[in-house]
Ligand binder design. Structure first.
Ligand SMILES: CC(C)(COP(=O)(O)OP(=O)(O)OC[C@H]1O[C@@H](n2cnc3c(N)ncnc32)[C@H](O)[C@@H]1OP(=O)(O)O)[C@@H](O)C(=O)NCCC(=O)NCCS
Length: 178
């Protein structure tokens, strides 16, 4: 696999095309993340207000090290049930930059960032049962599969099963980095 150096950083206005494409192009977040047309207005408004970093969901841009070109995002959010101390994370890499290790490295960088800069004890992610790339990426970042949520969310005309993966603070201290 061709390895690409990346970093994560706050979104700048020229990067917001990624949000527009995700909201309007079924192929962009597909096959597992397309849930129908949405307005990207909310993201642009939030970028004006807080650069997508003032409240949950928080978002950072994934960018190439060599020229800072935006190639995706990582995000994290509070979830009602777990409450403070636990983050749910998400990721999207633009289609023509996938399968080069970027999704794995981006989530690894985000996990280290969140354990370094927040007091969180647990970071988790849900991913559709057929999303093998995301499952592999999470496993390579040290996440463990905890269970299958049956009929967890509705996409493409069906209720979809989703795996829960998580990594705790002590596990992060011991993991090997991809
Ligand atoms: C899921 C996603 C973030 C993975 O990012 P990526 O940069 O393509 O993944 P990587 O190149 O780091 O590869 C991760 C692993 O998945 C494998 N992989 C990559 N694409 C794959 C595919 N289409 N099918 C099966 N495995 C795949 C890689 O070989 C690698 O496995 P390995 O570590 O055993 O070699 C990316 O595909 C994406 O943005 N998808 C759309 C949004 C999405 O599904 N987000 C996750 C929501 S839960």
């Amino acid at each position: 696999m061709e390895q690409v150096d990346i970093h994560i950083r706050p979104f700048e206005e020229p990067d917001l095309w990624i949000m527009d494409r995700d909201a309007t192009d079924p192929e962009f977040g597909g096959p597992f993340e397309w849930v129908g047309f949405r307005s990207s207005h909310d993201y642009r408004q939030r970028w004006q207000e807080d650069q997508l970093l003032g409240k949950s969901p928080y978002n950072l841009c994934v960018a190439l090290q060599e020229n800072d070109t935006a190639v995706g995002w990582v995000n994290w959010r509070e979830t009602d049930r777990a409450g403070p101390g636990s983050w749910e994370i998400g990721v999207l890499i633009v289609p023509d930059m996938r399968n080069r290790g970027i999704g794995t490295i981006a989530q690894s960088l985000l996990v280290d960032y969140l354990f370094a800069h927040t007091t969180t004890h647990r970071i988790w992610a849900g991913t559709e049962a057929d999303n093998i790339a995301e499952q592999r990426a999470l496993e390579r970042c040290g996440f463990r599969q905890e269970g299958l949520l049956r009929g967890h969310h509705f996409r493409n005309g069906e209720w979809q099963d989703s795996y829960v993966y998580a990594i705790t603070r002590p596990e992060n201290a011991d993991r090997s980095r991809p």
